[in-house]
Design a protein around this ligand. Structure first.
Ligand code: NAD
Ligand code: TYD
Length: 340
């Protein structure tokens, strides 16, 4: 018998959510997906234009913090799993104005959890981040048992959401899983995050603003590897568990920026060191051995190959990011980098 599942994917018009929808529609063509997205500044229907015509992908414009909206969807549809990507996701914006981060990331998650409880949804997957663990020194890696010590308003709001998921598991017995992933890169990433910002600026011969000394370390995972990890967790994960997801590709920011310039054949004179981000976490690294040992997942893409593919995508999709880099985006850029 062909398996049919209906997934409620929130934030499916953003970077990872849209990659996840593409992934699911390719690998599970019989599944139905309801995509609930508020279409904030980074939510983009263009990310799904190739699949928007498919009858098994339904778009609902709405806010995850809107109780009536969420209740309505869960009343009308028999949802097998909620996958919650929807979030305010940019650390720099959370430093500028934290309020919306609390509403979407904390209250929004609670509204979804409450909906899941009332409608007895069989599974809830909360897409969380390595940033809940705080910052590492030069050695070691975060495990699922590492204490939560978030440092930015973004990370604090994601931590609060994780704790609400935990509380709903313990108190109401809902079947929920938390996944914590490191920095993603790949197609459809909004060009205010490190990689697409640097790639698109370099293509336009603009300066590349590197914070502080450029020696902060991130672990980079190709977004398709993240989607494959979520596929594994969706089909084989156990309710109540937390799974770290990582790319096994630690790089300093300056290494990443130099690689981009090298691949594009652009000069290092484009690099400009700018004032550091307040509270800037020094290093993230993920121990994902639990997911590897229990569910046999590991990342497949090397950083060297992944960055080349990503750069090719931004070269082939200049219209996509040029449409974004206008209006509101330019105002944001001026606020963030104008006097830095
Ligand atoms: P993104 O900013 O590209 O997309 C977020 C999406 O959520 C957008 O489509 C936006 O319109 C939507 N959204 C925002 N507020 C909403 C609301 N109130 N109701 C409904 N929709 C709303 O983010 P992303 O990079 O794709 O991240 C997705 C998730 O993955 C987030 O939860 C983030 O915390 C987590 N995460 C991201 C990374 C990363 O490297 N990007 C790493 C680990 C975890
Ligand atoms: P970012 O993509 O914002 O992800 P996060 O802060 O969630 O890890 O930033 C990745 C790293 O790149 C982080 O150490 C901050 C740094 N960075 C810069 O140096 N310059 C920039 O313009 C941006 C956006 C980030």
């Amino acid at each position: 018998m062909v398996e049919r599942k209906t997934l409620l994917v929130t934030g499916g018009c953003g970077f990872i959510g849209s990659n996840f929808i593409h992934y699911i529609l390719t690998h599970y063509p019989t599944y139905r997906i309801i995509n609930l997205d508020k279409l904030t500044y980074c939510g983009n229907l263009d990310n799904l234009c190739e699949v928007a015509h498919q009858p098994n992908l339904i778009f609902v414009k709405g806010d995850i913090a809107d109780r009536e909206k969420v209740k309505g969807i869960l009343h009308d549809e028999r949802i097998d799993c909620i996958v919650n990507f929807a979030a305010e996701s940019h650390v720099d914006r959370s430093i500028e104005d934290p309020d919306l981060f609390l509403r979407t990331n904390i209250l929004g998650t609670q509204v979804l959890l409450e909906g899941a409880r009332e409608a007895a949804v069989p599974l809830f997957i909360q897409i969380s981040t390595d940033e809940v663990y705080g910052s590492l020194g030069s050695t070691g890696a975060f495990t699922e048992a590492t204490p939560l010590k978030p440092n930015s308003p973004y990370a604090a709001s994601k931590t609060a959401a994780d704790l609400l998921v935990r509380a709903y598991i313990k108190t109401y017995g809902i079947a929920a899983i938390i996944t914590r992933c490191s920095n993603n890169y790949g197609p459809y990433q909004f060009p205010e995050k490190l990689l697409p910002l640097m790639i698109s600026n370099a293509m336009e011969d603009r300066e590349l603003p590197v914070y502080g000394d450029g020696l902060n370390v991130r672990d980079w995972i190709y977004v398709e590897d993240h989607c494959r990890a979520l596929d594994t967790v969706l089909h084989h994960g156990n309710g109540g568990e937390i799974y770290n997801i990582g790319g096994a590709s630690e790089r300093t920011n300056i290494e990443v920026v130099r690689t981009i310039l090298e691949v594009l054949g652009k000069p290092e004179s484009l690099i400009r060191f700018v004032m550091d981000r307040p509270g800037h976490d020094r290093r993230y690294a993920m121990d994902f051995s639990k997911l590897n040992k229990k569910l046999d997942w590991k990342p497949k893409m090397t950083f060297e190959e992944g960055i080349k593919r990503t750069i090719s995508w931004y070269i082939d999709h200049q219209e996509w990011w040029q449409r974004i880099k206008t209006g509101e985006y330019l105002k944001y850029y001026e606020r963030m980098y104008g006097n830095r």
